[in-house]
Design a binder for this molecule. Structure first.
Ligand code: SF4
Length: 344
């Protein structure tokens, strides 16, 4: 439920603004010049706002499509990401958004057409590449969790039909897949699920669907003909983590057609030091921020021995089902660039 919706004056007449407002007839609507007046205000408390976030509708200016850090390798060509939304309906304890943003309000950029124009132009620059250029969504939000309100996937999937050298990856934990099941599958769209063992979901992925529901959604999508990807990222380490993954991984792969899985990626917990400090201050006692961590080039990550062991063990469990060439592990210790865990 959203009680207050802020709307930038410039997009008052945008069709998508009207569609979103129609979903919340009882919400108070407040006009503003620029979303930053509310979203970037210093007098906010992320944790308090998270209990009852407002919605902000705005237009994204400036750079809308960015190159991704190295860890998003999935076997495609050049990699980019874009964010039509900042913040998320779920509340994962490891999510970097709570360390990066002052506000927990949902900021939705309604100018999808401008995003598409930039995506087309980037794809055009890669016309001669051997492999298709990959565009990730869901870095600063969950790609599908707010779909009934945003119509995001429905719009972008349709638009990608017309770009023959590009792939759209929708990264999600959500079971909001109705629009995908009502759509003819497209070869250049991958629906990639972030997965964790059930014990991790209940401990640190508040509000997100249980593993069993994500598997069910993956299965329905795969049966419908969509390309699917699996993302064990972050692998959350604790004393019995391997036992948890030994249970979860067969549960995942044995419910699906492993040969038709597009790619599997693995990564450890990682946060820029500044984000980590903010998050640690919010939850000083939480085991997630106190177990097995070290600092590496400005990032807080698992100790090298822990990360190596986790990537190796979980990777080997996955390779029982899919060819190792489709399993991509991201190491914090030989990365040229680093980014935070969570988000996607
Ligand atoms: S990690 Fe992903 S699903 Fe979890 S709160 Fe962050 S954006 Fe949402």
């Amino acid at each position: 439920m959203v009680d207050t919706i802020y709307v930038e004056n410039a997009i008052n007449d945008h069709t998508r603004t009207a569609l979103v407002l129609d979903r919340y007839p009882k919400a108070e609507v407040v006009g503003l010049e620029h979303y930053g007046e509310v979203f970037n205000s210093s007098k906010q408390n992320f944790r308090l706002q998270k209990h009852n976030p407002s919605l902000i509708l705005a237009a994204k200016g400036g750079k809308r499509v960015m190159p991704t850090p190295a860890q998003y390798e999935t076997g495609g060509g050049a990699h980019y990401y874009f964010s039509h939304m900042l913040n998320c309906v779920y509340d994962c304890r490891y999510c970097f958004l709570q360390g990066m943003l002052r506000s927990a309000n949902y900021l939705l950029f309604v100018n999808y057409e401008d995003f598409m124009q930039d995506i087309r132009s980037v794809a055009e620059q890669h016309k001669g590449d051997d492999k298709p250029v990959w565009f990730f969504s869901g870095y600063d939000c969950d790609s599908l969790a707010y779909e009934p309100v945003t119509g995001f996937a429905e719009y972008f999937i349709h638009q990608f039909q017309h770009i023959d050298n590009a792939v759209l990856e929708l990264r999600t934990k959500s079971t909001q897949i109705r629009s995908l099941l009502n759509t003819e599958p497209q070869d250049n769209v991958v629906v990639a699920y972030s997965l964790s063992p059930e014990s991790i979901v209940s401990a640190v992925e508040k509000g997100a669907p249980p593993l069993s529901k994500r598997i069910e959604a993956l299965k329905r999508l795969q049966d419908h003909g969509w390309r699917i990807g699996l993302r064990f990222d972050p692998i959350v380490w604790h004393a019995d983590y391997l036992q948890d993954y030994e249970e979860a991984i067969p549960q995942v792969f044995e419910s699906l057609k492993p040969d038709a899985i597009d790619s599997v990626t693995l990564g450890g917990f990682r946060l820029p030091k500044g984000f980590y400090k903010t998050m640690h201050n919010l939850h000083p006692e939480h085991w997630l921020f106190n177990a097995g961590l070290t600092e590496e080039e400005g990032m807080v990550v698992y100790r090298q021995d822990i990360e190596e062991q986790a990537l190796k063990s979980v990777g080997e469990l996955c390779e029982r089902y899919v060819d190792e060439r489709r399993v991509f592990a991201y190491s914090s210790f030989n990365a040229k660039e680093a980014e935070a865990s969570g988000g996607m």
